[in-house]
Write a protein that binds this ligand. Sequence first.
Ligand code: UDP
Ligand code: MG
Length: 158
Amino acid sequence: TVPVYGAPGTKQERTFIAIKPDGVQRGLVSEIIGRFEKKGYKLVGMKMINPTKAQAEEHYADLSSKPFFNGLVKYFTSGAVVCLVFEGKGVIKGGRVLVGATNPSDANPGSIRGDFCVDISRNLIHGSDGPESAKAEISMWFKDSEITQWNFITPVYE
Ligand code: UDP
Ligand code: MG
């Protein structure tokens, strides 16, 4: 079995996806999870939480010097968040494609941000941006026991 954060570069690559409070409150949980499921990524971790300020600050630690940091922490802690781990071939990069560009006005139609939001500070969803952040974020938000291994009978990729 792979570590909780998966094995980047293999079909057990994993990424951390969070549906931010605006996504939950706008009723987009099923839409967002559905897009990842239908693409063929395997859902292996799922929980709903109210993030603490400390968790938000840790999650976004590398942005702490940015002018929008305090607003970002307020936004992320303003309501319930759905935390997800998806697994699959190329899921870190492919997940970012499903998410779309950070600024919704640059996000392509067909992406989650491109289809459902307009404001960079209310952009619905988080997705790990590379293998290091995926490792750090999955390890931060999920315990080993919260990841569930299961198998496709008919694989959608080899
Ligand atoms: N953000 C913001 N204003 C900015 C840039 C980013 O409010 O000018 C927020 C936005 O919610 C974004 C998050 O900070 O999703 C993290 O920024 P990052 O550059 O990591 O974008 P992401 O990886 O989410 O696309
Ligand atoms: Mg980021």
